[in-house]
Design a protein around this ligand. Sequence first.
Ligand code: BG6
Ligand code: MG
Length: 212
Amino acid sequence: MRYENVIFDLDGVLVSTDEYHYQAWKKIADEEGIYFDRAINNRLRGVSRMASLEIILERAEKNYTQAEKEELAQRKNRYYQELLGNLTIEDTLKGVRETLAGLRKNAVHIAVGSSSKNTMRILTQVGLENAFDAIADGTEITHSKPDPEVFLLAAQKLGAKPENCLVVEDAPAGVQAGVNAGMQVAGIGEAAKVSQAAYALQEIRDLLNIAV
Ligand code: BG6
Ligand code: MG
């Protein structure tokens, strides 16, 4: 099947920012005396900053006010952005550049659909800020994945119908968002095991056999 449009998740699909998210949340959890581990961290993939905080606070012993939650989310983002300072072109995940080039060569339109409010900064830092026909990110939406909003916005910016879009995701919440948008989903990594994903990618380059 050929797809006219491919919409990529950012964190964990195009760029390896996952470890930085983990380290920043871990620092917050340690400072607050809240238990946090990598299994809990896996539940944060694809989920917005505030929704991620709510998951972390499930293990908290005290109740946090809205103002305290906002301060924690801001502090986490400061730690995360400090870590993002280390991000270079080398942090683009394996096969991404040649896959994007291969899709473009075959006139497939490509977009980013990410819950992250740091999307533009990350794309700029790895030199992919001009690589896409459209970018929809966390600064433009009110509902994060598994809500379909960000993918529908990306499709709208591409001028594409949802049924003509293939979503590429590494997170279960993202696979669900793609399905909720009426799109087909190619899962990679953890998301390759999610049954709702129409395709399981061993590596991102496999997209060239699916979408072209
Ligand atoms: C997603 C990540 O892409 O963006 C989540 O998978 C993260 O882990 C979310 O919480 C929001 O990111 P940010 O950069 O706006 O805090
Ligand atoms: Mg992701």
